[in-house]
Design a protein around this ligand. Structure first.
Ligand SMILES: N[C@@H](CCC(=O)N[C@@H](CS)C(=O)NCC(=O)O)C(=O)O
Ligand SMILES: [Fe+2]
Length: 339
């Protein structure tokens, strides 16, 4: 008897790569030759064999002076790409800025034939200057950040007494809310609002990959600090729980690595499962109360990031440097006794 199943079929592997699920063939008719009774043949449904998440290509760029990881993530089919958390080189001793690191992102994209569609910021960074304006000028791509950047702009407009800042999201090209989706070729960038480290922090989920900014660090290092203005340990705990609800095999890309006691190499990629099993601050079973107590105690011991003052005043302007004064020189401010 010949059976021609109308439903989609399930395959158990994809080119030897473990994707944690099954690929479902679309538009394929398979002829099943069997002598079995018709009642023994059961159609395979998508619920039983879920479609694996689409898989973006990801390339990491580590900036050792600030321990920051920038990423290029792209849809392999269309080669449409996003840059996540770029770094403007900055020597605090001389006040000199540079675009070598940012140019490396452009060069890598060009070498792989990628088109940059988005310049994504996970938050207004407090430890490095963003190179987003340089990248926008080179690629024409919009600069994106979470909509709560307005709150961060309002706070730091006061701290730095910045008359020209309007706390409405400008000069970012686009502000995004939880659940918003941006196209990346055939893939989608899904925005998750994950505050706690700062009020505006977002996580970008692209297929089976999440770019979590400063929420979680490597399992052996833990989590981000919550003592910047608007930061909150309880809020971070809840944001992290949302991230950890994603499938265990979800690839997770971090914004920083500081190594960890007993680890001699920098690492920035892990999985949801590894975090749930072994994150030293927030593995499964750690209560909200225990986390908040630990995080608040630890935050009291941390010095401010070396570049917090230069970084914040630039990054709330989407990375644009302050306007030049009458002599053509740009100046950063150094508020005294303000932080
Ligand atoms: N030593 C670094 C520390 C930077 C820092 O404070 N990083 C934040 C993220 S912006 C953090 O959460 N750090 C956690 C920690 O140091 O334990 C610097 O001066 O730049
Ligand atoms: Fe940060």
């Amino acid at each position: 008897m010949r059976q021609r199943p109308k439903k989609r079929c399930g395959l158990s592997s994809l080119g030897g790569e473990r994707l944690g699920g099954y690929i479902v063939c679309h538009d394929v008719h398979i002829t099943v030759e069997t002598k079995l009774d018709k009642s023994n043949i059961r159609a395979v449904t998508e619920t039983e064999f879920p479609m694996p998440a689409a898989r973006p290509e990801v390339r990491a760029f580590f900036d050792e002076p600030t321990f920051t990881v920038s990423y290029l993530a792209w849809d392999p089919a269309s080669k449409r790409a996003a840059i996540i958390d770029s770094v403007l080189d900055f020597d605090a001793k001389s006040g000199r800025t540079g675009t070598q690191s940012a140019q490396a992102l452009i060069d890598a994209a060009e070498a792989d034939g990628l088109t940059i569609d988005w310049i994504l910021e996970t938050h207004a960074h407090a430890d490095h200057l963003s190179a987003a304006p340089f990248l926008r000028q080179k690629t024409g791509a919009p600069i994106v950040i979470g909509s709560h950047i307005k709150d961060v702009q309002a706070v730091f407009k006061k701290v730095f007494n910045l008359d020209d800042i309007v706390p409405d999201g400008r000069p970012f090209s686009r502000i995004v809310d939880d659940g918003e989706r941006l196209a990346l070729g055939a893939l989608e960038i899904e925005v998750m609002h994950t505050p706690g480290h700062t009020p505006a922090c977002v996580t970008y989920k692209i297929g089976d990959a999440v770019f979590v900014g400063d929420t979680l660090f490597m399992p052996d290092y833990g989590t981000a600090r919550c003592d910047f203005p608007g930061g909150d340990a309880r809020t971070l705990y809840r944001s992290i729980q949302r991230i950890l609800e994603l499938p265990r095999e979800t690839r997770m890309f971090l914004c920083h690595d500081y190594k960890a006691p007993g680890r001699d190499v920098y690492e920035w990629q892990t999985t949801v499962g590894a975090q749930r099993d072994g994150n030293v601050h927030i593995r499964e079973g750690v209560s909200e109360e225990a986390f908040v107590a630990m995080r608040e105690a630890r935050d009291k011991t941390l010095a401010m990031p070396v570049l917090i003052l230069p970084s914040i005043q630039v990054n709330i302007r989407a990375g644009e440097l302050p306007p030049a004064e009458s002599n053509g020189v740009r100046y950063l401010k150094l508020p005294l006794d303000a932080l």
